[in-house]
Design a binder for this molecule. Structure first.
Ligand code: G3P
Length: 214
């Protein structure tokens, strides 16, 4: 499974990139706003750090505007794909952008039917939101599993990005299902590194080493 980081924070992207596990980056308007930056500056800077797909969200609500914005975003760097929110206008825009070789990440996916339509329109990625389904009392990973199963039957060439990841178990389930990508916030990535038994083991080895030196 490929690992993307879900943030617009440059320091965190640089740090996780140095871990050697990072395959790409997703941003969204809320994450960009949190950093007090603008989309163009932010994704350009990210493209200088990470050699992999970077999602940048278009904000137009009509297909024509999405296509125009999408072309502009894609012109910033060859690794940038255009995030569009699932709706009819986005489907139309996806058809046009994908025919021009511009990758679309269809976001705000909450059902397998939405994912199916996005794939049919030519989306390179679909982003089912796991945590936000949990938030309303549904099981987000059930929907993710359904999408993985549906896509397994066909040859769409669309990759599934497990998004709205809130904790390491979401990541584990995405990997068990065979999801292509998980886009993971920094704090969840940090949690995935550690285990109390690892910490305990390191402390013991260090203590024993120091004893044997004396
Ligand atoms: O990738 C989408 C993600 O940023 C949404 O996460 O936690 O705001 O639901 P969240």
């Amino acid at each position: 499974m490929k690992i993307f980081i879900d943030t617009a924070n440059i320091e965190r992207i640089e740090e996780v990139n140095s871990w050697g596990i990072l395959d790409g980056v997703t941003t969204n308007p809320s994450l960009i706003a949190k950093e007090g930056t603008d989309l163009r500056t932010c994704v350009k800077r990210i493209s200088e750090i990470v050699d992999g797909p970077i999602s940048a969200e278009a904000m137009s609500m009509d297909a024509e505007g999405m296509v125009k914005e999408g072309r502009e975003l894609a012109s910033i760097h060859g690794n940038i794909n255009v995030k569009l929110p699932m709706c009819l206008e986005s489907l139309k825009a996806t058809k046009v952008l994908s025919s021009e070789g511009i990758d679309v990440n269809m976001t705000l996916i909450f059902s397998p039917q939405q994912a199916l339509l996005a794939a049919k329109a030519g989306a390179r990625y679909v982003s089912p939101f796991v945590g936000r389904l949990d938030d309303i009392g549904q099981t987000g990973t059930d929907t993710l599993a359904q999408i993985v199963n549906v896509f397994y039957n066909y040859d769409f060439g669309t990759e599934i990005i497990a998004a709205s990841i809130r904790h390491p178990v979401h990541v584990l389930e995405a990997a068990e299902f065979g999801c292509d990508i998980a886009t993971i916030p920094y704090d969840v990535l940090v949690k995935m590194v550690s285990h109390p038994k690892t910490d305990e083991g390191i402390a013991k080895f260090l203590a024993d080493y120091n004893k044997s030196k004396n």
